[in-house]
Design a protein around this ligand. Structure first.
Ligand SMILES: *Cc1c(COP(=O)(O)O)cnc(C)c1O
Length: 367
C-alpha cells in the first residue's frame, strides 16, 4: 500500500446493494406515504424489536432526539449522574432537558462509568443515572441497577455504540429503564440518520410516540410539549435493507478487530480493552490507549495522517472540558477520563477494511 492510495478514514458507512433500496422505493412512490409512521416504519420497528431482543421499541429521526425525548418522557427534575467520556450528545440531552449533569469518573479498563465512584455522587436532587456503553463495552449493569434501586433512581443507557450486542444472551437494550440506540451512517447499523429507544414498561411506547409527534394526543388535543422526532420512510427503508446484511458486516468487523488485537495486544505501552466473554460484541470501534508507549497518542495520530490514514481522537476532549460548559465543571474531578482522553485513539475499522491495510496501520504505529 503506497501513500498515493485512497485515504483510509476511521469508518465507512455500510450500504446495501442499490437494487435492494430501489425496490423498496417503489412502494413509497406508489402510495406517496413518505413519513408519519408509514408501513416501512412499522415493519422496521417490529423487526428491530426482535433483532435487539427487547420488549418495547420506538423509532426516531436520530439517536440524539431519541435520547432527549426519553429523558423528557420520564419527567425528571434535578441532577443526572453521567460520564464525561462520551460523545457530546449524552450530556447535551441532559442539559437541553433543563437537568444538571453530574460527572462520574470512568473505569480505566473498559472506559465505562466507574461504579465504585457512583454512589458518592448521589444527593437528594439526583433523579437518574445516564451511563454510556462506551465503544461497545457494556457498563456494569448489575451494580448500576442495584444502586439505582436502593436510591429510587431511573437508569437510561446511551447504547449508541452497542447495536445488536448481548450480555449472557440478553439484548443490551433490556437493561435499565430505557436505552437509546443510534442508527447514524457512521454506526455499525444505519438508517442514514436514525435512532430508537428500547424499554420494558408499555406506557413508554405511548408517550414516546406522542412526544416525537409534537405531543399531539388527538384530533383536537395536544397534551405534551413534544417535538418532531419521526423517522421517515426513506430512513426506515434503508434500515430494512441494511438489517439483512448487518450480521455479515459484524463478522467482517470481527476479523478486522482480531487482526488489530493480534498485532497490538502484546506491545509494551499500548493497552486494549479486555474482552468480556459474557458479551456478544459488534466490533464498532477499535480504541487503543497509548499509555507509556515510545510515542504519544498525538504523535501516532499525526504519523498515520502523513500516510493518509485518519484515526480519531475519540473521545477528546472530555465533555466536562468543552467550551460550552466552561466554568461549570472541573475536568480534574474525573482524572481517569481526562487521562484516557489524552491517550486514546480509535483506529479505522469497518466491514470492508482489508486486513492488509490493518497490517500497514500497525506497522506504521510500531515502526
Ligand atoms: C452517535 C452517538 C449519539 C448520537 O446519535 P445520533 O444518531 O448521531 O443522533 C449519542 N451518543 C453516542 C455515544 C454516540 O456515539
Amino acid at each position: 500500500m503506497k501513500k498515493t492510495t485512497e485515504p483510509i478514514l476511521v469508518t465507512r458507512s455500510s450500504l446495501p446493494p442499490m437494487e435492494d433500496y430501489i425496490e423498496k422505493l417503489r412502494l413509497i412512490w406508489d402510495t406517496a406515504w413518505m413519513t408519519n409512521m408509514g408501513p416501512y416504519h412499522e415493519e422496521l420497528k417490529e423487526k428491530l424489536k426482535e433483532y435487539l431482543k427487547v420488549d418495547g421499541l420506538e423509532l426516531f429521526v436520530n439517536g440524539h432526539t431519541a435520547l432527549e425525548m426519553v429523558i423528557q418522557a420520564f419527567g425528571l427534575k434535578g441532577e443526572v449522574i453521567t460520564t464525561p467520556f462520551s460523545f457530546s450528545s449524552t450530556t447535551h440531552a441532559i442539559v437541553r432537558n433543563g437537568l444538571t449533569p453530574v460527572f462520574c469518573d470512568i473505569d480505566p479498563q473498559n472506559f465505562t462509568i466507574d461504579v465504585s465512584k457512583l454512589e458518592k455522587l448521589i444527593t437528594d436532587r439526583t433523579c437518574a443515572i445516564l451511563p454510556v456503553h462506551v465503544y461497545g463495552n457494556l457498563c456494569d449493569v448489575a451494580a448500576i441497577q442495584e444502586i439505582a434501586d436502593r436510591h429510587g433512581l431511573k437508569v437510561i443507557y446511551d447504547a449508541a455504540h452497542t447495536f445488536g450486542e448481548e450480555l449472557d444472551g440478553k439484548g443490551v437494550g433490556s437493561f435499565g429503564d430505557a436505552s437509546m440506540f443510534s442508527f447514524h451512517a457512521t454506526k455499525v447499523y444505519n438508517t442514514i440518520e436514525g435512532g430508537a429507544v428500547a424499554f420494558k414498561e408499555p406506557w413508554l411506547a405511548d408517550i414516546l410516540y406522542k412526544l416525537k409527534n409534537f405531543g399531539i394526543t388527538g384530533k383536537e388535543s395536544v397534551e405534551y410539549i413534544g417535538g418532531n422526532g419521526k423517522m421517515n420512510e426513506f430512513q426506515a427503508a434503508m434500515g430494512l435493507c441494511n438489517l439483512k446484511y448487518v450480521d455479515g458486516e459484524i463478522k467482517k468487523r470481527q476479523a478486522v478487530a482480531e487482526r488489530y488485537r493480534e498485532k497490538l495486544e502484546d506491545v509494551k505501552g499500548i493497552r486494549l480493552a479486555v474482552p468480556n466473554p459474557r458479551i456478544k460484541y459488534n466490533y464498532a470501534y477499535m480504541p487503543v490507549v497509548f499509555e507509556s508507549f515510545s510515542y504519544t497518542r498525538d504523535e501516532i495520530y499525526d504519523r498515520l495522517a502523513e500516510h493518509n490514514i485518519f484515526a480519531r481522537k475519540y473521545f477528546y476532549p472530555c465533555i466536562n472540558a468543552y467550551e460550552c460548559y466552561r466554568g461549570r465543571f472541573d475536568p480534574d474531578e474525573t482524572p481517569v477520563a481526562k487521562r484516557i482522553s489524552g491517550q486514546v485513539l480509535t483506529l479505522p475499522i469497518y466491514a470492508d477494511l482489508d486486513l492488509e491495510a490493518v497490517d500497514e496501520i500497525c506497522r506504521i504505529i510500531l515502526e
